[in-house]
Design a protein around this ligand. Structure first.
Ligand SMILES: Cc1cc2nc3c(=O)[nH]c(=O)nc-3n(C[C@H](O)[C@H](O)[C@H](O)COP(=O)(O)OP(=O)(O)OC[C@H]3O[C@@H](n4cnc5c(N)ncnc54)[C@H](O)[C@@H]3O)c2cc1C
Ligand code: FES
Length: 250
């Protein structure tokens, strides 16, 4: 992990309030699921904002972000050629060796962002299920790296109308990975637990979730992002953001 001022190579609107930011950054050890704390150099906002790695190569890191409030709004106005403060990569990232067997990747909204780099790095082709409220983005990229790609939109504008969790039978899978709104990730964790109970099975579906908490330091120092686990309180920024569902106290 390092902190540096990085040149913005691209910062463009993808659709609506969704933007793609590419910064110059050299690190060949970035793991899927890791994130960066991003901040403008002229301190327009005090605390850096956590944004996941959407993709990367030897010389650059790509982020996909949704404008939510002041920080991401300011970020969306930064022009190519200017500099941004980047601290990262931070967080544990996914353990790729543990994502095995028949794998389902389930993303919701902007939570699909870190999953692209994950599917690119997996040694297998997973089934990918993506859900959006209405507008969709980043789909063609997923197609190349998935065995099966299914989409759900709440308004029915693309794919099946309704929630993404209705697209799959959890019993079919050995491992499920999810990132998206809390309500969606809870539904995924519940479905994995129910599948085990329904089949009266000793086989666990391994379920990995990428948690989101508001963050201040992003490096484990302020304890502002703790979550309750069976092993006590853990910091989402440092011990996570990737957790196995069975570790969490919900
Ligand atoms: C590990 C991690 C990875 C993330 N990766 C991405 C990503 O790849 N792309 C992306 O668009 N966003 C991502 N986020 C969320 C992003 O950090 C927040 O949307 C951003 O910090 C909001 O800042 P703001 O100044 O624009 O909004 P603020 O003015 O701070 O807040 C605006 C609204 O967003 C809500 N909000 C703020 N922070 C969070 C948060 N962490 N989780 C949920 N809601 C929040 C607030 O409650 C408020 O309603 C990630 C968050 C975490 C913790
Ligand atoms: S944000 Fe400071 S400990 Fe996680």
């Amino acid at each position: 992990m390092k902190i540096c001022s990085s040149k913005i190579l691209k910062n463009e609107q993808v659709i609506d309030n969704i933007y793609k930011l590419i910064i110059e950054f050299n690190d060949d050890k970035i793991l899927p699921g890791q994130f960066f704390m991003l901040k403008t150099l002229n301190n327009e906002f005090l605390l850096p904002r956590p944004i996941s790695v959407n993709d990367c190569d030897d010389n650059s890191v790509t982020f996909l972000y949704r404008v939510e409030g002041m920080g991401t709004k300011v970020m969306s106005n930064l022009a190519a050629g200017t500099e941004i403060q980047a601290l990262g990569p931070t967080g544990n990232g996914f353990d790729l060796d543990k994502i095995k067997g028949k794998v389902a990747i389930i993303g919701g909204g902007i939570g699909t962002a870190p999953l692209l780099y994950l599917v690119k790095k997996l040694k297998l082709k997973p089934d990918v299920y993506l859900g959006f409220r209405d507008i969709t983005y980043g789909l063609d990229e997923f197609e190349k790296y998935s065995d099966k790609l299914l989409i759900a939109t709440e308004d029915g504008s693309l794919g099946q109308k309704g929630f993404v969790t209705a697209l799959l039978d959890f019993d079919d899978y050995d491992c499920v990975v999810t990132c998206g709104p809390e309500i969606m990730m809870n539904a995924v964790m519940d479905a994995c637990e129910k599948s085990k109970a329904k089949n009266n099975s000793s086989k666990d579906i391994k379920c990995y979730v990428s948690l989101e908490k508001r963050m201040a330091c992003g490096v484990g120092a302020c304890l502002g992002c703790v979550v309750e686990t069976k092993d006590g309180m853990k910091r989402v920024c440092k011990d996570g953001p990737i957790f196995e569902a069975s570790e969490l106290l919900r």
